[in-house]
Design a protein. Structure first.
Length: 179
């Protein structure tokens, strides 16, 4: 998979096991920032060992075209994670997109530019027909990222995911990459 260049200082690339320390540090640094949007996390989640294992498992799925774990890097520092996961092949050719950006870099359109790059990557190199995403009902920033990148809201799922310790409703979005 190629490196996706967003600007002269910012890239998206597949994560490597050697990125585990940076990823753990980024999650520690953003623990409070991500708390309202993430499931409750055990302390082990914030360790290098946990992320090394997770990256390893996701890269194993990547070898079969079933998951694509990207890191967002600014000046070689990891500042976000973007995942194309739950890939279903065959006649569906669909996957789910999830992402977050370090609190120090929000409001700079990095998420929008990264999603735009991944949308092209999903269509041209991963071979997907459809990309889906979900947001909490009150996550207006993420909704704006999706809408600005050609996603359309297709519904609302009650009690969809257990986020911040409780089952919460989510808006569902999709974009069709090939018609």
């Amino acid at each position: 998979m190629p490196t996706l260049t967003l600007d002269s200082r910012t890239i998206l690339r597949l994560l490597e096991v050697s990125d585990a320390a940076q990823l753990a540090e980024a999650y520690v640094r953003n623990r409070e920032h991500l708390r309202p949007w993430d499931p409750e996390r055990e302390d082990a989640f914030f360790t290098q060992a946990w992320h090394a294992e997770n990256i390893s498992q996701t890269l194993a799925a990547n070898e079969h075209g079933l998951a694509y774990p990207y890191g967002l890097f600014r000046d070689q520092q990891l500042i976000g994670r973007f995942n194309i996961v739950s890939v279903v092949r065959g006649p569906f050719q669909s996957a789910s997109l999830g992402y977050w950006v370090d609190h120090r870099f929000t409001g700079q359109a990095l998420a929008s530019r990264a999603v735009a790059a991944l949308r092209i990557e999903a269509a041209e190199n991963i071979g997907l027909h459809r990309l889906g995403a979900s947001t909490l009902l009150h996550n207006f920033a993420s909704q704006k990222v999706l809408l600005n990148n050609g996603f359309a809201q297709i519904g609302m799922a009650p009690n969809y995911l257990k986020i911040a310790g409780r089952w919460q409703d989510h808006n569902l979005y999709q974009t069709i990459l090939h018609s």
